[in-house]
Ligand binder design. Structure first.
Ligand code: ZN
Length: 240
């Protein structure tokens, strides 16, 4: 069995469709979503409905929470706040309610999924090095945990100590634990503009991170046409 793990879609429909097509070509039969369906880009409702129709396990991201909520966006950076304000207007009350009901943590098969970290899922901590990863491992009771949030794919392995290995692929070995960031579908920030997600092959105990090209020009046009901050169109081309 092969499962696709994808998240941080951020309302980028072209990237989402390209990832789902690639996963189908890779013989994926099950899907799990890491959250942040909306925010930043121009297709929040379409991306939400596409993921909802898939009826796959989905955890809540901070942008899902902010788009669903009514609290002030004042503490947020101005570009993210402008995009969120716009996003709220694009969603129906019912769609916002669906986002608000997403769970923070889920266990699926033999692994756990969370948007940020297991130690304090609602604090939206960023894991950018192996020391950050250590706090998560203390709360990780399955062998593998998949997450997102930083938009940078990373693989941490805990055996006698915690190490980071290149975020390309990893074999799941007995006696070790794995904390794997599956990168971002709709707004990668590792310098590579291509949509990012991961496939977990349960039979071969193998996780592979994949990159997929998509029609980025179309996504950029939609961002500008929607009146969203132009830097959101620029950054997706740079992968930042
Ligand atoms: Zn995100």
């Amino acid at each position: 069995m092969r499962i696709a793990l994808f998240g941080d879609i951020h309302a980028n429909l072209e990237a989402l469709e390209a990832v789902l097509a690639d996963a189908a070509n890779q013989d994926v039969t099950a899907y799990v979503c890491m959250g942040d369906l909306v925010g930043y880009n121009a297709d929040p409702a379409a991306c939400l409905e596409k993921v909802r129709a898939m009826d796959c396990p989905t955890v809540k991201g901070n942008h899902d929470e902010d788009a669903a909520g009514i609290h002030s966006l004042e503490s947020m950076n101005p570009v993210a706040a402008a995009a969120l304000e716009w996003t709220r207007q694009q969603l129906t009350a019912e769609q916002r309610q669906w986002l608000s009901h997403l769970r923070m943590v889920r266990q699926v098969s033999d692994f756990t999924v969370v948007h940020s970290t297991l130690d304090q899922p609602s604090h939206w901590n960023y894991v950018t090095n192996r020391f950050d990863a250590m706090s998560n491992f203390s709360y990780q009771f399955t062998q593998i945990c998949f997450h997102g949030h930083t938009h940078v794919p990373r693989i941490y392995v805990k055996s006698d100590r915690v190490l980071e290995v290149p975020a390309e692929s990893v074999v799941i070995e007995d006696g070790a634990k794995y904390f794997i960031n599956v990168g971002s579908v709709g707004q990668p920030r590792d310098g590579d503009w291509r949509a990012c997600y991961a496939i977990y092959d349960l039979d071969h105990k193998l996780v592979v991170v994949r990159r997929v090209e998509y029609d980025i020009g179309k996504t950029q046009e939609k961002i500008l046409a929607a009146g969203l901050p132009p830097m959101l169109a620029e950054r997706i081309a740079e992968g930042r």
